[in-house]
Design a protein around this ligand. Structure first.
Ligand SMILES: Cc1cc2nc3c(=O)[nH]c(=O)nc-3n(C[C@H](O)[C@H](O)[C@H](O)COP(=O)(O)OP(=O)(O)OC[C@H]3O[C@@H](n4cnc5c(N)ncnc54)[C@H](O)[C@@H]3O)c2cc1C
Length: 446
């Protein structure tokens, strides 16, 4: 078995873990690693697009899934696709869209893998309408701690199914997945963009449109204060019956770590102002390719290097609908007063709970934004966690790098059921990440 010693980090690059990396080409080779692991911890590493430490275990083995990337079957009558976990979302879309289908939940980056999106039960811009990816998983094959592979479906092992959807890799390695796909008439969406004056205006527009538009996403200037607090741009979209010519996406690259000093209140406010004014007063309608609409940031390769060597933290929480508007206002007030936000915050509606014990969604509003890793950010993130808890919300594991163990336990009430499944399927705690240890999901005494 050939290992390579690597330093791996999450997308935020705030910490790097020294791991023994193994990149199998066959599921049987992945099983060999699990059988040979002994006392060493193992965790799957997909596209590395989670921001924190959920896909790494310092001193452990990283099972890189990138070469387990085959599409195994596509049944147009049943509208299901069966694939290995390492195929990226972009490659899956490149297969599905020309055939008239799409993944039912598409995250904001095409570099995430199918295994990774199931393990975080990800949501797209259509959560109100179509839920998260776990709602569309028919079954998966799971490589278990004893080296065997088990097919898991809601009706043959509902507990293991619920623990694995959004289970951040802790029940085992997903080696095959069957997903029900969504009909998609073309490669394009019809997009309406409108300027949003302030936060109240955002909530008015959400109330008016969330049941009508298939996709919606709000971009907020998180540095705006006072009467302008919460101003931004709302994008609403529906599948377009007619497509647009396929163009190879133009990809730029950030060639080196930018000096962190370039991202300051002045430069970010100027960027946000330009973004806000880009949309005319009366709004704008246009047709965009699915790729440009779903993955706007992918056009700039390695954009995480814009934050410099120290990296950045992403914060994403969801607050339940009841009290949600004032929860989001409190969060934005805290954020704008800190002056630490960068680029644009994303505000979306969410439709309901996921099927996993640790699924993130709750019906309400989700807010996401980045903070450069600088002095004071730890305290700010703690205050945001406290506000999230005050409003009965939760922080997303895919984005977390700093959540407290106590806060996590309060946010995820099905943690007890989740731990009971782990105790049963992996009593020795083979599958382990730095995040699981940090949050006390698994570890000494668990
Ligand atoms: C620019 C950007 C935009 C994003 N937008 C969204 C969004 O709109 N909505 C959203 O929900 N998320 C979003 N995310 C988060 C991202 O979709 C998730 O973090 C996703 O899990 C990343 O997949 P990955 O393959 O990179 O997984 P990794 O980051 O490599 O791993 C994530 C977790 O999945 C586990 N895992 C990976 N593969 C397997 C496997 N085969 N079996 C078992 N466990 C596995 C890992 O152990 C780890 O716990 C975004 C991230 C970025 C960088």
């Amino acid at each position: 078995m050939r290992f390579k010693q690597l330093e791996l980090s999450g997308w935020g690059r705030t910490t790097a873990a020294a791991v023994s990396a193994y990149r199998p080409e066959r599921i049987s080779a992945a099983a060999d690693l699990v059988r040979a692991a002994g006392a060493e911890n193992v965790v799957a590493y997909g596209g590395g697009r989670s921001y924190g430490d959920s896909a790494v275990r310092t001193g452990g083995a990283a099972l890189l899934t990138e070469r387990l990337d085959r599409i195994l079957a596509f049944d147009e009558t049943e509208q299901v696709v069966v694939c290995e976990p390492g195929i990226t979302v972009a490659d899956m879309q490149a297969f599905l869209v020309p055939r008239g289908y799409s993944l039912p939940a598409v995250p904001g980056t095409g570099f995430a893998t199918v295994g990774g999106i199931v393990a975080n039960d990800v949501h797209g811009k259509n959560h109100d309408r179509h839920g998260s990816i776990g709602d569309h998983v028919c079954w998966f094959d799971l490589l278990m701690a004893d080296g065997t592979v088990k097919q898991v479906a809601p009706d043959n092992d509902g507990d293991l199914f619920a623990a694995t959807i959004g289970g951040v890799g802790l029940t085992g390695i997903i080696v095959t997945v069957c997903i029900k796909v969504l009909p998609m008439p073309s490669n394009a969406v019809q997009v309406t963009e409108m300027r949003v004056r302030d936060l109240d205006h955002f909530f008015e527009l959400f109330a008016e449109h969330r049941d009508r538009a298939t996709y919606s996403v709000g971009w907020i200037d998180a540095l705006a204060r006072g009467a302008k607090l919460g101003r931004g741009v709302l994008e609403l979209a529906d599948p377009s019956p007619a497509g647009i010519p396929d163009k190879a996406p133009r990809r730029l690259r950030v060639p080196f770590d930018m000096p962190g000093i370039l991202l300051n209140r002045l430069t970010m406010s100027a960027f946000n102002e330009v973004y806000y004014r880009r949309v005319p007063d009366g709004g704008e309608v246009s047709k965009k390719s699915l790729t440009a609409f779903f993955h706007p940031l992918d056009a700039l390769h390695d954009w995480n290097r814009l934050y410099g060597r120290a990296g950045f933290h992403q914060f994403q929480c969801v607050v339940p609908e009841e009290g949600g508007a004032s929860g989001i206002r409190s969060l934005l007030e805290e954020i704008s007063a800190s002056g630490s936000a960068s680029f644009l915050a994303v505000l979306k509606t969410m439709g309901g709970e996921g099927r996993g014990h640790l699924s993130f969604p709750v019906r309400g509003y989700t807010l996401a934004l980045d903070f450069p890793a600088r002095a004071g950010v730890t305290d700010l993130l703690q205050r945001l966690e406290d506000i999230t808890l005050d409003y009965g919300g939760r922080i997303y594991l895919a984005k977390d790098s700093m959540m407290s163990e106590a806060g996590f336990a309060r946010m995820y009430p099905a943690l007890r059921e989740f731990r009971a499944v782990l105790e049963h399927v992996d009593p020795k705690g083979l599958f382990m990440s730095d995040q699981a240890l940090r949050l006390g999901i698994r570890g000494p005494g668990r």
